[in-house]
Write a protein that binds this ligand. Structure first.
Ligand code: C2O
Ligand code: CU
Length: 478
């Protein structure tokens, strides 16, 4: 066979050749995007040192501490023991027979032991203590800090509840499914008991509920009563709240009290997905009500709207300038490391599936950054959202101080978060101290987004992993 340039046969062969090259290239891309059945998260992606020194413990010296050994240091018998039994009833997943599960109330400083019992969840389960900066080994992330707890197995979470405020627990095994189906509950840590009402928001099969009830919940209250409403947003999207009948104060966010909160009227307030807000209301003669997204409501005493839904105010309270400044106890002017967490979106393959997937600093999961820190580092993180959708970003094990948004410095109360709504086009700068060794998730709390790859991790130098994604317990944290 002789190839004559420009002949039909030559063109045909060239066409076949280039088609083959494209197919091979696509095949390679597909193959290389496949996630192994089991892998060590700490070995995925690439190290990002945030402009700080490359720790010597990473260079192969040092013995390191395993995640599983990063347990509560306090010994002795617990002050509080709780058993939480989770059960799949076919429709919902309950905790001790209910969803939301029981509210766990602790006194600050309690040494707590919670025993998780998996009755019949075939996929296994865990409990994560959202917002409580517990030791890494009890953070409850399947495949990272423990193995999923299989049916008829149990796991003990032992930690000191040393942060006051409103928190919540939820599964971190197949969390996008198990949380949606009800595996969640609130945690309240107090210095002294106070009149409060829980408002745990959750959508069951797309029906918004407040403490499991659709529509309106009435809490008995007398005129003059001051009530702390603890709002917990367990859904995948933010929710707006607004108050009718009385002004309100936002006195705490994500478990941390705000400084100098002023009365708010005629403004709505946004509660981030995964986030909490404590709202204080003094009940007037005609009663007060809080509406959540226009779908559920909490009435304190009489209903000032007499059953109708007051329209949402057009303005929003902005925490960037709410309250008055005070010393946050963190100087971020000369950080040890500065990380970028740029969220984007592009066409690509995720575990062999074509789609428009989230990117972190331009990379698709699992080739995303592993943020490396050393204990004691002051860390600044710049979160930018260029992805076309809003993302509630959640860093485990730490609380971060909001420094600025879109270049504008925070000017109100110190604003500490564990869950931060980063809207389309926004750029936040936050800072925190690396004071809780371990390997920690840093992900979007719109849990389907996390399962679509919007999840990175932060690892302390010298910490080694103890668990694997997949494997015999089929660990799948998202
Ligand atoms: Cu509320 Cu990674 O979790
Ligand atoms: Cu998201």
């Amino acid at each position: 066979m002789r190839l004559v340039p420009g002949s039909d046969r030559c063109r045909l062969l060239l066409a076949i050749g280039s088609t083959l090259a494209v197919v091979l290239a696509l095949g390679w891309m597909w193959w290389s995007s496949l996630l192994p059945d089991t892998y060590d998260l700490a070995e995925m992606g690439y190290a990002d040192h945030g402009g700080g020194p490359v720790p010597s413990a990473m260079a192969g010296h040092g013995h390191g501490t395993a995640v599983a050994d990063l347990v509560e240091a306090r010994s002795g018998p617990p002050d509080r023991e709780v058993t939480l039994t989770v059960r799949d009833d076919g429709e919902r997943i309950t905790v001790n027979g209910a969803t939301p599960g029981p509210t766990l109330r602790f006194d600050r400083g309690d040494l707590v032991e919670v025993t998780l019992v998996n009755d019949n969840l075939a996929d296994g389960t865990t409990l994560h203590w959202h917002g409580l900066d517990v030791p890494n080994a009890v953070d409850g992330v399947a495949g990272l800090t423990q193995d999923a707890v299989m049916p008829r197995e149990s796991f003990v979470y032992r930690f000191v509840a040393d942060q006051t405020g409103t928190y919540w627990y939820h599964s971190h095994q197949l969390s996008h499914e198990q949380v949606r189906r009800g595996l969640l509950g609130a945690v309240v840590v107090e210095d002294a008991p106070e009149r409060d009402v829980l408002a745990v928001l959750h959508q069951y099969d797309a029906v918004p509920t407040l403490d499991g009830a659709a529509d309106t919940t009435v809490a008995p209250a007398e005129p003059g009563d001051t009530v702390r409403v603890r709002v917990v947003n367990t859904d995948n999207a933010l929710t707006a709240l607004w108050v009718t009948g009385a002004p309100y104060q936002v006195i705490a966010v994500d478990g941390t009290d705000l400084h100098g909160p002023t009365p708010v009227a005629a403004h709505a307030f946004v509660v981030t997905a995964g986030g909490r807000a404590d709202v204080r209301i003094t009940v007037p003669a005609g009663g007060a009500r809080i509406d959540f997204g226009g779908t559920t409501a909490l009435v304190l005493g009489d209903d000032p709207a007499r059953g109708s839904t007051p329209p949402q105010p057009t303005g929003f309270l902005d925490l960037l300038s709410y309250g008055t400044p005070s010393d946050p106890g963190l100087d971020a002017s000369d950080p040890d490391r500065t990380f970028d967490y740029r969220i984007g979106r592009r066409l690509g393959l995720l575990d062999g599936m074509p789609g428009r997937w989230w990117t972190i600093n331009g990379h698709l999961f699992p080739n995303v950054p592993m943020f490396i820190v050393e204990e004691g580092d002051v860390v600044v993180m710049r979160i930018e959202n260029h992805s076309g959708e809003s993302h509630p970003m959640h860093l485990h094990g730490h609380h971060a101080l909001v420094l600025s948004r879109d270049g504008k410095d925070a000017s109100g109360s110190p604003w500490w978060v564990d869950s931060l709504e980063v809207a389309v086009g926004e750029e936040y700068e936050i800072a925190f101290v690396a004071d809780n060794p371990g390997i920690w998730m840093d992900h979007c709390h719109n849990l389907p987004h996390a399962s679509e790859g919007l999840a990175a991790h932060m690892m302390y130098a010298g910490v080694t992993s103890s668990f694997r994604i997949g494997g015999h317990d089929d660990n799948h944290p998202e």
